[in-house]
Design a protein around this ligand. Structure first.
Ligand SMILES: [Fe+2]
Length: 487
């Protein structure tokens, strides 16, 4: 029996009031450290002793062992950034992606660009470089300019090679790719183009019948946040809403992720104040606490920030501000992480668990608008295409102007070095979408906010709030629940 279960059972008899006398009679094998770690924040001191808030305690009948570990979290302190740091940052990115690309057979003998430039005509060569430029020639070929630390070279993708042309249409500025082909005068005529991409991932299933839930973009504090729907979601997690089947699904939920934009923030876009009903950031997070604190304590909750949260915009974004979100930090089952981060869930009884890459996705707007392949196949409705695109590039935001990045001088934290089991994002606010790319489960979370004037102006047409995907870790079956439905 767990420590919590033991003491809660004990406290039921004592009306949740722990006086010094009661403490004397607590069983001698009781582990207070584990107990405080889990329910410490639910306690209030009163004259007569320590009182537990009964509504905050929850003990499940058949307890399933759960486990959550933060595998990767950005832990650097903010500091002064200089131009040379960006140079180091991009060199690091190049080396990290080059290492991945050099595992490809066709690139193992690759040479530097300066060496490729010195080759005579009609030699076969392979290189790895940043995409410095990409365009279409008058004759309809794709012309790239690749750059590495030694120089720049033009690369032509012939319009006669349909496969290369299809691949070329997805190439964006600043991504790192490999090319092999025949040399000309200061040019390579590409025969193959290599993206870092990922290998087929093992499709894992665990033995326990447990569920994980993914949500994002509540935007608490906005007049467009839909409290009734979020309230239904919280009640459902506590098995107080829904039909019997839905309550049964809720009962199995052990992990819950929030992929950013927890609150609406203040002054994010022009005229934002007209669409905000809580103008104090602390109050926005406090209202969030009022919801999250009511969720069953046996559900492990992970929260990262987004571009609306009170954080710097440069990625990686730190975890939510400890001062502004102090009440959320006090919750024993809440784990605050950076954007992005990697979290391992349910590594129990010899099972390695599932790695979840959590990333809000501020740069998605750029790619929806600039990559034909994404735009012409559904744009904002296709979070799966967006995430597949990024996995192929092995980078969360390859194009410099697509987002803001904090230049890390040790390594580029936005390179997808570790391939996850789940890639989870928010930001789009369109319909929930769960896809699959080489066995990586791609989860585009929905929101709990109606369309804002800014989104309308940006051309969004299909904002569908209040839907939440639930994935069973034993069967990998996906269920989407809609909390906008009224009783
Ligand atoms: Fe959002």
């Amino acid at each position: 029996m767990s420590e919590i279960k033991k003491l809660v059972g004990f406290l039921f008899e004592k009306n949740y009031i722990v006086t010094p006398e009661v403490l004397k009679s607590v069983p001698s094998d009781f582990n207070f450290d584990i107990f405080y770690e889990n329910v410490g924040s639910t306690m209030k001191r009163q004259d007569k002793g320590v009182v537990f808030d009964k509504s905050l305690l929850f003990v499940e009948e058949d307890e399933v062992k759960t486990n959550l570990k933060i595998v990767w979290n950005y832990d650097k302190e903010p500091g002064k950034v200089e131009v040379k740091d960006f140079v180091t940052y991009y060199k690091n990115r190049y080396n990290q992606l080059k290492k991945i690309l050099m595992q490809r057979e066709g690139l193992q003998g690759c040479v530097s660009i300066s060496r490729a430039l010195r080759k005579g005509s009609d030699e076969v060569v392979s290189i790895i470089g940043f995409v410095y430029n990409v365009g279409i020639t008058k004759s309809g070929h794709i012309m790239l300019e690749l750059e590495d630390p030694t120089g720049k070279i033009k690369v032509l993708l012939s319009n006669k090679n349909k496969e290369l042309m299809e691949l070329g249409k997805e190439i964006v500025h600043d991504e790192v790719i490999g090319v092999s082909g025949g040399t000309g005068s200061d040019i390579i005529f590409a025969r193959d183009v290599y993206l870092p991409d990922i290998a087929l991932k093992e499709y894992k299933k665990c033995a326990d019948d447990v569920n994980v839930v993914f949500a994002a973009d509540m935007h608490i504090g906005s007049t467009l946040f839909i409290p009734e729907d979020f309230e239904r979601f919280v009640k459902w997690l506590n098995m107080e809403y829904g039909d019997e089947e839905q309550k049964e699904i809720a009962k199995k939920v052990k992990y819950l992720f929030f992929a950013g934009d927890i609150v609406d923030g203040v002054g994010i876009y022009p005229g934002h104040e007209k669409e905000t009903n809580i103008t104090d950031i602390v109050e926005q997070y406090n209202v969030c606490f009022d919801y999250i604190s009511r969720i069953r304590k046996d559900i492990k909750i992970v929260i990262c920030g987004g571009n609306h949260d009170a954080l710097r915009l440069s990625e990686p974004q730190p975890a939510l501000n400890r001062e502004f979100a102090a009440k959320l930090y006090s919750l024993p089952n809440v784990h605050m992480v950076t954007n992005p981060s990697i979290i391992n869930i349910h590594a129990v009884d010899g099972f390695v668990g599932f790695d979840v890459l959590l990333y809000h996705g501020m740069g998605f707007d750029y790619y929806v608008n600039n990559v034909d392949y994404i735009r012409n196949n559904g744009g904002y409705d296709r979070a799966d295409l967006m995430m597949e695109f990024l996995l192929k590039k092995r980078h969360l935001c390859p194009t410099h102007i697509a987002g803001l990045s904090m230049p890390d001088i040790e390594s580029d934290p936005l390179v997808i070095e570790q391939v996850p089991d789940f890639f989870v994002s928010g930001h789009m606010h369109h319909d929930v979408l769960v896809g699959n790319y080489k066995n990586v489960c791609l989860v585009g979370c929905g929101s709990f906010q109606s369309m804002s004037s800014f989104q309308e102006k940006m051309g969004h047409e299909n904002i569908i709030p209040s839907k939440v995907p639930i994935i069973n870790l034993k069967t990998r079956k996906i269920k989407v629940l809609d909390f906008s439905e009224t009783d």
